[in-house]
Design a protein around this ligand. Structure first.
Ligand code: ZN
Length: 59
């Protein structure tokens, strides 16, 4: 099972996409990318919810 996210689904215009073996790992990758590329150092519950809604689970 893989968890995938296109950053552009949350941050329109961003071409980065993520793929990880667990949702926790995906969140770690997204959080570091968001901090480095989007200046988002505080992942609020609202942001986490928006990200979670866009995660695709691939069997
Ligand atoms: Zn991005």
């Amino acid at each position: 099972m893989k968890f995938q996210l296109a950053c552009g689904d949350v941050m329109p215009g961003c071409p980065t996409s993520f793929s990880a073996a667990s949702q926790e790992q995906l969140f770690t990758e997204v959080a570091s990318h968001a901090a480095a590329e989007h200046g988002i150092t505080d992942v609020t519950p609202e942001i986490a919810e928006a990200v979670t809604a866009k995660i695709r689970v691939v069997e």
